[in-house]
Design a protein around this ligand. Structure first.
Ligand code: HEM
Length: 466
C-alpha cells in the first residue's frame, strides 16, 4: 500500500508549491503516535512546574530553561584544552597545548567549503546510489535511512580508506548505531566486538593521516585533511581520537533524524506534493548554495521535524567547574541533564508544541506571498503576529543565544555538522519526493518509541524508483 494510508496517486503530479491552501494543510495536522516513557512525562511535568531548573538527586540538576542551558554550556566548556598525549603522560612531560576550539575552527572552515562546493554533489550522488542499490529489498526503513546517511557521510569525514578499512568503518558505525537505538532495558551486547572494531578503525585512520603527512597519499577535501597541518603539535594519537569522535557523531544521529523525517513525510501526502514541486527543478548544488532561500518549504519541514524529534532525548553532562546557574550552585563532579527534546515540547514556549507544523517557521514576508484564499489570509495575519513572538519564531539575531530551538545543541560544543545535516535531510526529501517512492507496508502500525533517540517501529516498506 502506498504511503499515507493509500491516498497517494501512483504517479503524483507535482502541483504548485504555493497553490495548496493552509486550510488544506491543516487537515494533515494529526495526533503523534508516540509512546512516551514515564520518566519523560515526569521530567516534563516538573520542568513546567519548576521553571525548567530542578534537582532530580543531590548530584543531578536538570537544566531545561533555554537561557540557563546556554549559560551552563558556555561556562562548562570555556576551557577546551585537549588532554596531553599518552606518550607525554608516560614520560611526565607536557604536550604542546591544542584546544578543541582550534580543531572546530579548522573543521568548520572545511565544512563550509565542502557544503557549498563539490561535496554536496558527491553526497547527493552517494545517497542516490544507495537508493538504487536497495530497491525491492528495503525492509526496515529506519535501517535503510541509517545506511543511506552513514554510508554517504563517511567519505566526507575520511576519504581514501582501503575497501577493508571502509568495511571496518561501516561495521563500527553499525555497532554504535545499534547501541544508540537500543530500547530501554534491552541487554547490551557486543562490547568487546565494539572495542576491537574501534581499535582497528583507529589503525585505518592513523595510516591515512600518516601517509598524507608523509606525502605518500594525496591530500583530500575531507575533514581528516584539516588535521594533517596540525599533526606536529597535535600528535597522531590525539588526531585519531579527534577524528574518531566525528565518526561517532555520524553513527546514529543523522540516520535517526532521517528516519523521523521519512516517518513524518510518509503521513503527509500533501506536504510530499508541495516539497516535490519545490525540489524537482533544483540541482543538489543549487540546494546546497542557499537551502533556506532555494527551498523554503522543505527547509521549514526539516526544521520542524528536527524540533519535534530532537535527539538525543537526554544529554548527561559532567560539571567541570564550580558555577552558579540561575539560583542553583553547581560543584565540579556533579551532573547536569539537558534535553533539546523537552525544550522543544515545552507548551509555555511553543504553540501546539506536540504537533508538526512547518508553517510555524514561515516568516511574514513568505506568508505574504501565500495564495490568497480566505482561510490563508486569516492564517497569514496570525503567522505575522506569531513571527514577532519568541515562542513561535526563530531567534531574531545571531546574538540571541537563548533560543528554545536547539536541535544541534549549544555553543561552544554545538553540532559541527549542522549545515551538512540539514543539507542531507533536504536531499533526502528531494530523493524521496521526486525520484523515488517510499512505500510503507502498514502505515497504521507505525509508531515512535522514545529511547536514547526517537525510534520508529513497524516502519517496514520499500523504496522504489518512480
Ligand atoms: C540530523 C543530524 C544531526 C543531529 C540531530 C546532530 C545533533 C548533535 C547534537 C545535539 C550534538 C551535541 C551538541 C552538544 O553537546 O551541545 C552534536 C554534536 C556533534 N555533531 Fe552532530 N548532529 C547531526 C549530524 C552531524 C553530522 C552530519 C556531523 C558531521 C560532521 C556531526 C558532527 C558532530 C560533532 C563532531 C559533534 C561534537 C561537537 C563538539 O563536541 O564540539 N553531526 N550533534
Amino acid at each position: 500500500m502506498p504511503l499515507g494510508g493509500g491516498t497517494e496517486p501512483r504517479s503524483p503530479r507535482p502541483m504548485s508549491a504555493r497553490r495548496m491552501s493552509c486550510g488544506q494543510l491543516k487537515r494533515e495536522t494529526m495526533q503523534q503516535p508516540v509512546q512516551v516513557p514515564e520518566i519523560f512525562r515526569r521530567l516534563q511535568q516538573r520542568s513546567e512546574n519548576e521553571g525548567g531548573l530542578f534537582w532530580t538527586s543531590p548530584e543531578e540538576l536538570c537544566v531545561f530553561e533555554p537561557r540557563a542551558a546556554q549559560e551552563f554550556n558556555r561556562r562548562n566548556f570555556a576551557d577546551s584544552t585537549l588532554s596531553d598525549r599518552w606518550i607525554d603522560l608516560l614520560l611526565r612531560r607536557p604536550s604542546p597545548p591544542v584546544t578543541w576550539q582550534e580543531l572546530r575552527v579548522a573543521w568548520t572552515d572545511q565544512l563550509r567549503h565542502m557544503v557549498s562546493g563539490a561535496a554536496s554533489g558527491q553526497l547527493a550522488q552517494a545517497m542516490a546510489s544507495h537508493c538504487e542499490s536497495t530497491g525491492e529489498r528495503t525492509g526496515d526503513l529506519g535501517n535503510w535511512a541509517q545506511e543511506l546517511c552513514g554510508r554517504s557521510l563517511l567519505p566526507l569525514v575520511i576519504d581514501g580508506l582501503s575497501p577493508r578499512e571502509a568495511k571496518i568503518a561501516h561495521r563500527d558505525r553499525r555497532l554504535k548505531t545499534e547501541q544508540l537505538l537500543a530500547l530501554p532495558g534491552a541487554p547490551r551486547s557486543g562490547l568487546w566486538l565494539s572495542l576491537w572494531t574501534q581499535l582497528r578503525l583507529g589503525q585505518g585512520v592513523r595510516r591515512q593521516l600518516r601517509q598524507r603527512a608523509a606525502g605518500r597519499s594525496p591530500r583530500r577535501h575531507d575533514l581528516a585533511d584539516c588535521l594533517v597541518e596540525l599533526l606536529p603539535r597535535l600528535g597522531l594519537d590525539r588526531a585519531v581520537d579527534a577524528l574518531c569522535s566525528i565518526l561517532t557523531a555520524i553513527a546514529g544521529p543523522p540516520g535517526a533524524a532521517a528516519t523521523c523525517l521519512l516517518f513524518e513525510l510518509s503521513r503527509r501526502p500533501q506536504w510530499r506534493h508541495r516539497l516535490a514541486a519545490e525540489l524537482a527543478p533544483l540541482t543538489p548544488i543549487q540546494l546546497a548554495k542557499a537551502p533556506a532561500r532555494m527551498a523554503p518549504l522543505t527547509h521549514d519541514f526539516v526544521k520542524e521535524s528536527l524540533r519535534l524529534w530532537s535527539l538525543p532525548l537526554l544529554m548527561v553532562r559532567p560539571v567541570l567547574v564550580d558555577m552558579t546557574i540561575g539560583d542553583q550552585q553547581l560543584r565540579a563532579g556533579q551532573r547536569v541533564l539537558l534535553s533539546p527534546y523537552l525544550m522543544h515540547r515545552d507548551a509555555q514556549r511553543w504553540r501546539r508544541a506536540e504537533s508538526l507544523e512547518p508553517e510555524r517557521w514561515r516568516r511574514p514576508a513568505q506568508a505574504d506571498k501565500c495564495p490568497a484564499d480566505q482561510e490563508e489570509s486569516q492564517e497569514t495575519v496570525e503567522r505575522a503576529r506569531d513571527a514577532k513572538c519568541p515562542m513561535a519564531s526563530e531567534p531574531t539575531s545571531k546574538s540571541d543565544h537563548s533560543s528554545p530551538y536547539v536541535p544541534f545543541g549549544w555553543a561552544p560544543r554545538s553540532c559541527l555538522g549542522a549545515n551538512l545535516a540539514i543539507l542531507q535531510l533536504m536531499l533526502l526529501c528531494r530523493l524521496t519526493t521526486t525520484r523515488y517512492r517510499v512505500l510503507v507496508d502498514q502505515p497504521d502500525k507505525t509508531h515512535v518509541v522514545l529511547g536514547t533517540v526517537p525510534r520508529v517501529l513497524g516502519f517496514e516498506g520499500r523504496v522504489l524508483r518512480r
